[in-house]
Design a protein around this ligand. Sequence first.
Ligand SMILES: Cc1ncc(COP(=O)(O)O)c(C=O)c1O
Length: 396
Amino acid sequence: MRYRRGVLSRRLPQDTAPNEWTRALERRRESGARLFDLTDQNPTRQGLCDAAPALAALADPRAARYQPEARGLRSAREAVAGYYAGRGLGVEPDDIVLTSGTSEAYSHLFRVLCDPGDQVLVPSPGYPLLGPLAALDAVELAPYPLVLADRWRPDLPALERAIGPRTRAVVVVQPNHPTGSCLDEAEIAALDALCAANDVAVIADEVFGDFLWAGEASAAGPAPSLLGERRSPTFVLQGLSKLCGLPQLKLSWVALAGPAAARARARTALEWVADAYLSVGTPVQLALPALLEARHAFRARVLERVRANRDALVAALGACGARLLPAAGGWTTVVRLPEGVDAEALAIALLARDVVAHPGHFYDFEDDAHLVLSLIVQPEAFVEGAARIAAAVRER
Ligand SMILES: Cc1ncc(COP(=O)(O)O)c(C=O)c1O
């Protein structure tokens, strides 16, 4: 189906027809079949969250009074600065702007950094929501490649070539969704220098930054952050959805780094945009110190779930010819399929076996030879889904 444009904007998608996989998924859902959904990334549906204390923390009588502050309440921004201080990262509460989600943070930044038609570079493979977010703000996205060698690395020469006269920012996601890859300190320094030399900002999406996997190339702990001494204007995104498993509370933030003058200009601009919406609710801002305190138990449960599901997946795939690609962290894994197995066709065949798995082209992998799976799914469903994937691969 195509929109008849009528009064509607070109920022909306021109083609809303669902693809073949989505149509097949809708048919399976309508049939009432029990699906083993290995794409679900919603922690509140996967038995990982203990929402009761968070909800109790929202019942703060101080929230009876509305005292709007464009960047967010100082007490909340101090709590965010405290979270970073605990990771050994310095940022002033004045350099933090609260938003109602990371998606809104992207949108604020696109508007602050770009004129209509300006360009932002994004990693490929990468997170598909960035396309619609950019389109809604009349920003063009262009990919820069992540290349798989011993691990996924940004192709910095290709990134440099991709920077053009209308490039305003480079997005870095780490751990990246879906590849789970991080930049090392040398890559971060090179990227910072490149962006500073070209007058381009860095948007660092670190929503999975606290979910590095033990035993991988980088030790468990937080990923290296773009926050710190930077030469280019740098905007670090993080929020409660992933950090605390509380997406329904709708609170994220932008933390600023980079040269003082650029930071001051960006702060004023972001404050102006945020003031037009005042989108973050008072109860969640007042509760933020308690919510951040409680994040450790959630993180431990997620890391244990991810470890157990990865082990189960490796065991299930066995010698079927499919293998997990190396990654450093995050909530997803990428399965490389054996030569000749088409991911889209396999994902559709899996739906007939009641398994939901994303074909890699949703994330712009170069060849259609990957499945992307969520690692936070309840173990029982994950193990059954993994066994069915292995069986389907063996039969192809
Ligand atoms: C890499 C990445 N950034 C941002 C978001 C959006 O987060 P939020 O719920 O804070 O808008 C997601 C959600 O899955 C994500 O994977």
